[in-house]
Design a protein around this ligand. Structure first.
Ligand code: DSN
Length: 411
């Protein structure tokens, strides 16, 4: 960062501090990951200078010969990775991508069925304060109170009763595999469009560790930065019959110029995810999450649905007498980043809910093993149990430093 050091030491100093925080702490925020340096080089490239409204071969600005090649390569790699018929690689992030899907396929006021936010869904799947809930007539399905799992009989019952135009399958805090084919067959009964938001699990799908909805679903969106380990951004994949409407909804419907440096970085990430090592990574992410969940359960913690099939888990911290916000703070203080989370049927408020959400995408990238993941579960448990004991917490901070030193990140 030799240029920043000359022109803007204040920002350089903050970047250095954040890099150090990432290096010396344990990252368990389920939506975060560490990109490769190659992805970062692409995001920091001259491509950030270019405007290229339009699509490959059909731009509204001159000088886009190279950008056309970049975008075409990103599209080609994405198609190889996910086997989709069509992909738009321009969405700036997950919510704008989801907005473009609605704009392309349904009208304001139309009925949509999605998973409720505090049961693991996402704001853009119909929460009343989000544009999705404000513009469209959402009905929400929930997880079963006893099992913590989505009950497909309930989804079918609501779908047959409400007859939504679209059914969404996807989540930001649900630790079980979705039954894509069951969603599709329910949608087919009522002629609804199927929309999967795989933001959290795209890397696990790309790495063939869990089943893909792409063969079954009309439309699939994902962010590119979570388990997929690319830059911040999103993509929309769809069947050919939706291609024109999706493209028109992204540009000119939602966005102006795409961020070409991010398109290039997405292409780099797709290339990385096409390598055999990425399959190992995806499998390891799940093995680490399952080991962490098992260890937490053995230590008396309650995990919603009793475990995990993917990279994440939601832990009800009230069992240990600590609400989620306080747990997040205690863990932050010892060097573990988590995000507080509502649990299904939570009696507490979203800003101070009962749970924390944990994920293993980032620690697996830096090489944490199953044994390390168990050690992380052990430090989480002890930090919570011994929260009033400053000396114990200091010792735990030391253990975390050692774990991080064992698996260096960017040095
Ligand atoms: N912020 C993302 C997450 O943490 O899951 C979803 O938008």
């Amino acid at each position: 960062m030799s240029y920043l050091s000359k022109t803007d030491p204040s920002i350089l100093n903050l970047i250095t501090k954040e890099t150090s925080r990432q290096e010396h702490g344990i990252e368990l925020i389920a939506s975060e990951n560490y990109t490769s340096k190659a992805v970062m080089e692409a995001t920091g490239s001259t491509l950030t200078n270019k405007y290229s409204e339009g699509y490959v071969g059909k731009r509204y600005y001159g000088g886009n010969e190279v950008i056309d090649e970049v975008e075409a390569l990103a599209i080609q790699r994405c198609k190889s990775l996910f086997g989709c018929e069509h992909v738009n690689v321009q969405p700036l992030s997950g919510s704008p991508a989801n907005a473009a899907v609605y704009f392309a396929t349904i009208k304001p006021g139309d009925k949509v069925l999605g998973l409720q936010l505090d049961h693991g869904g996402h704001l853009s799947h119909g929460h009343p304060v989000n544009f999705s809930g404000l513009l469209y007539n959402f009905t929400q399905y929930q997880v079963n109170k006893d099992t913590g799992r989505i009950d497909m009989d309930q989804v079918r019952e609501i779908a047959l009763r409400e007859r939504p135009k679209m059914i969404i399958a996807g989540f930001s805090a649900y630790s079980r595999n979705l039954d894509w084919q069951a969603f599709k067959s329910i949608a087919d009964e009522i002629g609804a469009i199927t929309f999967a938001d795989i933001a959290h699990i795209a890397g696990l799908i790309a790495g063939q560790a869990i089943e893909s909805p792409v063969p079954y679903f009309d439309i699939v969106t994902t962010t590119t930065h979570k388990t997929l380990r690319g830059p911040r951004g999103a993509i929309i994949m769809c069947k050919e019959k939706f291609a024109k409407d999706i493209d028109r909804a992204v540009f000119p419907g939602m966005q102006g110029g795409p961020h070409d440096h991010m398109t290039a970085a997405k292409a780099v990430a797709f290339h990385e995810a096409l390598q055999p090592e990425f399959k190992v990574y995806a499998k390891d992410v799940i093995a680490n999450a399952q080991a962490m969940a098992a260890e937490l359960i053995a230590r008396g913690h309650r995990i919603i649905s009793g475990g995990t099939d993917n990279h994440l888990m939601v832990v009800d911290m009230t069992v240990k007498g600590v609400p989620g916000k306080e747990a997040e703070k205690i863990l932050d203080e010892v060097g573990i980043s988590t995000s507080r989370s509502t649990i299904p049927f939570d009696t507490r408020k979203p800003m101070d809910p009962s749970g924390v959400r944990l994920g293993t995408a980032a620690i697996t990238t830096r090489g944490f093993t199953v044994a390390d993941s168990k050690a992380v579960a052990s430090v989480i448990d002890r930090a919570i149990e011994q929260r009033a004991d400053k000396v114990a917490l200091e010792g735990i901070r030391g253990e975390i430093s050692e774990l991080c030193k064992k698996h260096p990140l960017y040095i």
